[in-house]
Structure formats: C-alpha cells, structure tokens
Design a binder for this molecule. Structure first.
Ligand code: TYM
Length: 347
C-alpha cells in the first residue's frame, strides 16, 4: 500500500479508545494511556473515546455499561488526559461513528476481514465461532470508522492493535481510490506504539497478554489496586529460578523475566539495558521488591485520583457531555463530505 499520509493536507489529529468491558489495568496504562497524556503536548487536536459500542460485541450487561463508560473516562483523566485540551466522550454519543461504519463495511473486503486474528482468538472455533456475533466479526471496521470519522492521522495504541490499524489504513486507501477522485479524503492513520510497554504480559503466564478478561485477578495489576495489592501481586508473579541476565538478548527465552524487566523499564522510563546494568546477575529476591516499590510509586498518584474521580459522577458526566459535543462537531463535518461523495440521497 502506498503511503499517502504524507500527501494529506488536513490537520494532524490524534484519536484512540478503550473498551469499557471491566476495570483498566497496567497494560492499558503503559501500552496506551500514558502515551495519550504525553501526546496532548504535541499541539495536535486529541479525541479519546470509551468505545461502548465495541463492548456490545461480546455478551454484556446493559445496566452496567454507562457506569463503565464513566469509569473509563475517570481513568483517562487520572492518567493525565486533560478534558480542556482533549475531547473525552462515549462512542455511542457520536452517532456519526455508526453512520460511517456502514459506509466502510461496504468498502472493506471479506478477504481482509477473514485475516483478522483477534476475531479468531475471541470467537474460538467450530460451534463457538458460529455463535459469535456478527458485530464481533465486523468489529475492526467500526474501529476504522472511529478513527476515520475524525480524519485522525495518529493513533496511540498497544502492540495488539497493529493489525486493526493496518486494516483501517487499507480501508482509507480504498475509500480514497473509489470515491476521492484523485484526492486523499481520509488520511491513512499511523499507529503510535511505545518502544517499551506496548505489550505487557500476564503476571501468571509470560506468553499471554495482561488482559481484563483473564479469570485470575493475580494475572494483572488493576488501575484501582492499592499499594499492598500491587506489592503482593508482584511478589507472587511467576518467574524462573535463574538470576537476571546481563544482556537483553538473553531474556528472549525467559518470557516471565522479560515481562518483569519490561515493566520496570516502562514504569521508570529507563531502557531494558539500563535495567539489566543495575540488576543483571541478581535474583528475583532482590529485583521483585524494587519492582514493587517502583510500581507503587508510579501508580499510586494515578490510582488515588482514579478512586477519587469514580465518586465524582456529575463532574465526569459533564466532561463526557462536553467531549461529545466537541467530537460531534468534527465528525459531522467529515460525514457531510463523505455523504456527498458516496451518492447518498440529498434532495
Ligand atoms: P482495548 O480496550 O483492548 O485496550 C485499550 C488499549 O490498551 C492497549 N492494551 C495493552 N497494551 C500493552 N499491554 C497490554 N497487555 C495491553 N492490553 C491492552 C491496547 O492496545 C489499546 O491501545 N480495539 C481497541 C479499542 C478501540 C480503538 C478504536 C483503539 C476501538 N476503536 C480506535 C484505537 C482507535 C481495544 O479493544 O482496546
């Protein structure tokens, strides 16, 4: 696919989102949220949504969904996203996401969708896959709509979203080819992925991602965990019996050790080499207590603010309302342009 982003003349914009399917965890924070707060300083317009429509693709409780959206918004703010500079909103409050979703479903090709690995992971196989919702299958198209309805140029995400971003780029390119008349209407969005922290693994199994849906609470550090809980989970984290190596390459066959060293680096902002300079040759008995200290020190301000904001319903509701109004102004103007190009009835 040719890179058309450089030829795009519109403003740079940042968009990202998280599913309100449960409490957020350290992987969400280090892989994405931390970067969102930093990217606000770039001067680019920022849009951060709670993707409640995506949360409907698996079984869910409608009574819990609005509260979870509020929880996600509270986590964004606690992590440093500033509602004055960034629009924070619920995906479902901006109906243009759903409107563009349909247009893009007619642009995306079945072959592209069938290559999406996350659907296979989530839907399973055989009878399980037959019972999966159609929404789960078309999930990545709605994600492309989330991005393209703002003409977002940069999308800060964790490593697991790379394939979805490639699809969004393919969809944008195909839309431009079919409807742009030689112009780039929808820029191909660039994923922005942190060099360290983009893939935090489970504390119980270094080959699996840290995830909201892991049945074991000890597999993840939640954003709301207090200092004692964080320290206990790190103490109990799975490791091997070898001391930490002197060089990063030697971590490749030791997924649990690699994950804990990566966590330390992501929390402190040090490189993996720096961490190994300090801890190489030392055992986990020495490393884990330091990691716990660092995790508590860095996460405590975020989790305290998160806990405080969870009680400020009116304040968060006001942020979400204002964010949706600002987001909608941009999304509406993009949809006006799209509607004219695709031949929708306009008499
Ligand atoms: P979700 O809700 O699964 O995750 C939200 C963000 O957190 C990152 N992340 C991780 N990063 C590092 N290590 C981990 N273990 C880890 N787990 C999750 C994810 O990469 C993501 O950046 N499809 C998206 C939501 C979405 C979206 C969008 C994102 C919908 N529309 C538009 C960007 C733009 C998702 O399920 O994220």
């Amino acid at each position: 696919m040719t890179d058309t982003t450089s030829a795009y003349c519109g403003p740079d914009r940042i968009l990202s989102g998280m599913q309100p399917t449960g409490g957020l965890h350290l992987g969400n924070y280090l892989g994405a949220l931390k970067n969102w707060a930093l990217m606000q300083d770039s001067g680019k317009q920022c849009f951060f949504c709670a993707v409640d429509m995506h949360a409907m693709t698996m079984e869910y409780d409608p009574a819990l969904l609005p509260g979870r959206v509020r929880g996600v918004a509270a986590a964004y703010i606690a992590a440093g996203v500033d509602p004055a500079r960034s629009a924070i909103f619920a995906q479902s409050a901006v109906p243009e996401h759903a409107e563009l979703n349909w247009v893009l479903q007619c642009v995306a090709r079945m072959g592209w969708m069938e290559r999406m690995t996350q659907f296979k992971d989530k839907a399973g196989s055989g009878k399980d896959a037959e019972r999966a919702s159609v929404g789960l299958f078309t999930y990545p198209v709605l994600m492309a709509a989330d991005i393209l309805v703002y003409k977002a140029t940069h999308v800060p995400v964790g490593d697991d979203q790379k394939q979805h971003l490639e699809l969004a780029r393919d969809i944008a390119a195909r839309f431009n080819r079919d409807f742009g008349g030689g112009r780039i209407i929808l820029p191909e969005p660039e994923p922005v992925i942190m060099p360290v922290g983009a893939r935090i693994m489970s504390l119980k199994d270094g080959s699996r991602k840290m995830s909201k849906s892991d049945p074991s609470e000890n597999a993840r550090i939640n954003l709301y965990d207090d200092a004692d809980t964080i320290a206990r989970k790190i103490r109990k984290a799975k490791t091997d019996s070898e001391p930490l190596p002197e060089t990063a390459g030697s971590l490749d066959k030791r997924p649990e050790a690699k994950n804990l060293v990566g966590l330390y680096a992501a929390l402190t902002g040090e490189s993996i080499d720096d961490v190994l300079d300090e801890f190489g040759g030392k055992g986990f008995g020495a490393f884990k207590p330091r990691l716990a200290e660092v995790a508590v020190e860095y996460m405590a301000p975020v989790s305290e603010e998160y806990a405080r904001l969870l009680n400020e319903k009116a304040e968060i509701n006001a942020v979400l309302k204002n964010g949706a109004e600002r987001a909608r102004a941009t999304a509406r103007s993009v949809m006006t342009e799209v509607r004219a190009l695709i031949g929708y009835w306009n008499a």
